[in-house]
Design a protein around this ligand. Structure first.
Ligand SMILES: N[C@@H](CCSC[C@H]1O[C@@H](n2cnc3c(=O)[nH]cnc32)[C@H](O)[C@@H]1O)C(=O)O
Ligand SMILES: [Zn+2]
Length: 429
């Protein structure tokens, strides 16, 4: 057994209390062995003046969209997707998706994210990038059937199921999968009925966009006379294993349904503000007992993958939505970005405790904007940024040490992404 001791700092415990403690990690099993006054390790990671926290979980992303960062801004969802994003994505090759995913992984590791969920295409390329980077991920092929003939629509759904079957458990178990229909309005009912059943046969969860804009909710309500998530529930897509992105325009009935079924909602505050989709009722959902996680969504609607921004945005927007400064307090935001995200994705991470996955971020508290420290959790939610992360550890492996990436060649990845993105933009013109 090879062990790693993260020493000399403070630890954020599962109840969000903070105390001086070291963390001992088994690098072979990738699990936390002990927290507190721990034994010596074979290797040491310095945590002086720092806080060891669970690695952040980005529970909804389209990682390769880093190539489209700043490509089209300042438009509502529908026009943004149809006029700019989908035409550009039509030009993305396997190599482009690989390059974009690698850039995303650099950003995520730099800002302390150790697990993410991703809906995209050319998923085997994304999986290879994840395997090399060393993080944890739940990956899936996004399905759209509107505007496609039956044959094409079937192929797209089949591919999503096949990818989910083939890649589940890859990278030594760090990669898990899901069937990922894009949304309740972009995938036809007949396909959802058939393929959600197939996902169940293969024991993979379902991940989709839901209730993101009023334009998406209204047609379902008027055509079916029921709320979108009641429709999704009829289709069997709201089980404990399932997680949906956004949930902006959800009502009390839907919150009760989500809480009862145990399905998770991934709140994406920056994307919701940028596309003016609306304010998700996060405080109400949490009070109803819904598990809420945080996501950045793609870099083209955010425009970065720094989850510390989401922590702050979630706390701020949650107050505005509830017209109550006590809504979505710092603790809630931190919980959503860690334990809530891990639960949504089905990983035993998001808590620093013996037996959990050793997925950790070590945040440097010596910066002026983090001085003084009255309350560590407050700083994580309101003052820290991804740039404050010193070390990132996933599955017991050090992915970043003193702000230097250990598994990825950052300069080469940046250069490659830059030239790939320029070529995509040119082809899409
Ligand atoms: N476009 C592919 C499959 C969809 S992958 C997931 C899709 O979600 C899109 N996407 C990114 N952000 C959002 C969002 O906020 N709402 C809805 N879709 C989004 C993204 O651009 C990507 O096309 C096809 O036609 O078969
Ligand atoms: Zn999305």
């Amino acid at each position: 057994m090879t062990t790693l001791r993260i020493a000399g700092g403070r630890v954020l415990h599962p109840d969000l209390s903070v105390s001086e403690a070291d963390v001992l990690v088994d690098q072979d099993s990738g699990e936390i062995l002990d927290v507190g006054d721990v034994a010596e390790g074979d290797e040491r990671l310095d945590a002086e003046e720092s806080l060891v926290m669970p690695g952040l979980v980005n529970a909804h992303c389209h990682a390769a969209m880093t190539l489209l960062r700043g490509y089209a801004d300042d438009k509502p969802l529908d026009a943004w997707l149809q006029e700019d994003i989908w035409p550009a994505e039509g030009e993305l090759t396997e190599g482009d998706v690989r390059a974009g995913a690698e850039l995303a992984l650099v950003e995520m590791i730099r800002s302390g994210t150790t697990a993410f969920a991703d809906m995209y295409f050319h998923v085997p390329e994304i999986a290879e990038a994840v395997e090399a980077a060393g993080v944890r991920a739940r990956l899936g092929h996004g399905v759209v059937t509107v505007g496609k003939d039956e044959g094409e629509a079937y192929r797209d759904n089949d591919e999503s199921i096949e990818i989910a079957r083939e890649l589940d458990g890859a990278a030594g178990g760090r990669i898990k999968t899901a069937y990922m229909p894009h949304s309740l309005t972009t995938v036809g009912e007949e396909y959802l009925r058939e393929f959600v059943g197939k996902a169940r046969e293969h024991d993979v969860p379902v991940h989709f966009h839901a209730n993101e804009t009023t334009d998406e909710v209204e047609p379902i309500v008027s055509e079916r006379g029921e709320r979108p998530l009641e429709y999704a529930d009829d289709l069997g897509m709201v089980t404990e294993a399932d997680f949906l992105a956004h949930g902006v325009h959800t009502d009390e009935t839907e919150h009760e349904l989500l809480a009862e079924r145990g399905a998770s909602v991934v709140h994406c505050p920056a994307s919701n503000m940028k596309l003016a989709s609306g304010m998700a009722p996060v405080q109400e959902m949490r009070e109803a007992g819904v598990n809420v996680a945080l996501g950045t969504d793609g870099a083209a609607s955010n425009n970065d993958l720094d989850l510390f921004d989401e922590l702050r945005d979630a706390a701020m927007l949650g107050k505005l939505a509830a017209a109550d400064a006590a809504a979505v307090p710092a603790e809630a935001a931190v919980e959503m970005a860690t334990a809530g995200g891990a639960r949504a994705l089905g990983f035993d991470s998001g808590r620093i405790e013996a037996g959990a996955n050793a997925d950790l971020a070590v945040v440097d508290f010596s910066a002026p904007h983090l001085t003084p420290v009255h309350d560590y959790v407050s700083h994580l939610a309101y003052a820290a940024t991804g740039g404050d992360v010193r070390h990132t550890v996933c599955d017991g492996e050090v992915l970043m040490r003193d702000r230097e990436l250990q598994t990825l060649d950052e300069a080469a990845i940046r250069e490659h992404a830059e030239s790939r993105a320029a070529a995509v933009a040119e082809r899409a013109e």
